[in-house]
Each structure stands twice: as structure tokens, then as C-alpha cells.
Unconditional design. Structure first.
Length: 224
């Protein structure tokens, strides 16, 4: 099959799944920002996206995208290292700002995965999973009290530091991933090469800052 047997096909799978996950991150970040303006409204969103069938379908789809993305990431990394050393993609030009991220995408990816596992334990396990199994108090609060879980988690300085480090790794991963996806899609000609780099950096920065603002604001709220 072309998507698995061809180098270009594997890169297309990586790019498509990556873009889909970025869109989800954008939605998730936007949802989290609601908590800064109204915790009641945020909890209403959490209740709407609980263990309902559409939320479960979306969760399974996201999990599938994530697993495919990880498998192809490791696959491409191993093949490319075997063929060309540590370079991930063979392209004619590459902005200096993505050099470090390009050479460390595997490490960044591992950090992102570990951060996601912690995030699942702090939120998804105590919220949606608790609703699925019918145990509404797996955590400290009810499964739809997302604002309380945010306040509880980011009231701990250790979690704040871990999440900020995770978000920094995510930023590097997104900026390089966005740029390399445009390369794969063939949308990075001489005119758009620098434009896509800037667009990717700005977009990734806004997404990561959106998450980070929630972490920092709730940490300082816990000090009051």
C-alpha cells in the first residue's frame, strides 16, 4: 500500500494525522480558555463533552490518530536514521530556527507523550473515564467539575513546572511539524517557504500560550 510502502506516503500519513491533532489542540485550548471567564460555562462544556456517544466517538478517533502518528513517527525516524543519519527529511532548504527541533523530534515526541499520559491521569481518567465506568468519584471531585480539577492540579507548583516544560516541548514539536507538513504537501515553494515558517511559529505560539495562560493564572489564583 502506497501510504505505508512509500517514503512519501508515510510522510503524508504523518502530516495528515499531525494536522488533525493540531486542530484538536486548538479546540481543546479554546475550551480551556473558557474557564478563565466562567467556570460554570467551562463545566457546562465538560458535561456536554462527557461520556456522550459523540464525545466517545471523537475520543476513539483521536486515539486512533494519535497512535498512527506515533507509530509512523518512530517508523520514519528509524528508517531515516538508517538511511541518512539523524536527518528526518531530505529537503533543499531548512530555516535555522527549525534545525534543533528537526534533530530532536524523537526526544521532543517522547516528552510530549509522557506529558499526555500525565494529563490523561489528571483529567481524562477522573472525568470522562469515570463517567464511562459509572464511578463518579475516581478523583477528588465529580467528573463534570473540570474547573475544580484545573484549580486542584495547577495549585501544585510541581505540576505547574512539569506542564510548562511539556508545553515548551510541544511548541518545538508543533513548529517543526507544521513546517515539515507544508514541505510534504508541496506547499512550500520559494515564495511561501518563509511565510509558512512564520505562520507555523505564530499559530503554534498562540496554541501553546493559550494552554500556558490557564496553567499560570490558576497557579496564581491558588496563592490568593
Amino acid at each position: 500500500m502506497w501510504l505505508s510502502n512509500s517514503s512519501i506516503g508515510r510522510k503524508v500519513v504523518m502530516s495528515v494525522t499531525g494536522v488533525a491533532l493540531v486542530l484538536f489542540l486548538t479546540f481543546h485550548m479554546s475550551m480551556n480558555l473558557v474557564a478563565l471567564f466562567s467556570e460554570d460555562a467551562y463545566n457546562m462544556v465538560c458535561e456536554f463533552l462527557g461520556a456522550n456517544w459523540y464525545a466517545l466517538v471523537a475520543t476513539v478517533a483521536l486515539a486512533a490518530l494519535f497512535v498512527i502518528h506515533i507509530i509512523y513517527a518512530f517508523w520514519l525516524t528509524m528508517l531515516n536514521r538508517k538511511a541518512r543519519g539523524s536527518e528526518r527529511y531530505a529537503v533543499s532548504q531548512k530555516p535555522k530556527s527549525v534545525e534543533w527541533a528537526s534533530q530532536n523530534m524523537l526526544v521532543l515526541g517522547i516528552v510530549v507523550i509522557l506529558g499526555l499520559l500525565l494529563h490523561f491521569a489528571n483529567f481524562w481518567y477522573k472525568m470522562q473515564f469515570a463517567e464511562i465506568i459509572g464511578d463518579h468519584f475516581l478523583g477528588e471531585f465529580g467528573p463534570t467539575d473540570g474547573a475544580a480539577y484545573i484549580a486542584y492540579t495547577f495549585g501544585c507548583p510541581v505540576y505547574v513546572v512539569i506542564y510548562l516544560v511539556w508545553l515548551l516541548a510541544l511548541w518545538f514539536h508543533l513548529t517543526h511539524g507544521f513546517w515539515s507538513a507544508m514541505q510534504t504537501f508541496g506547499w512550500s515553494n520559494k515564495i511561501w517557504f518563509e511565510r509558512w515558517r512564520i505562520i507555523g511559529n505564530v499559530y503554534s505560539t498562540l496554541v501553546v500560550l493559550g494552554f500556558a495562560v490557564v496553567v499560570v493564572v490558576y497557579f496564581f489564583k491558588s496563592l490568593c
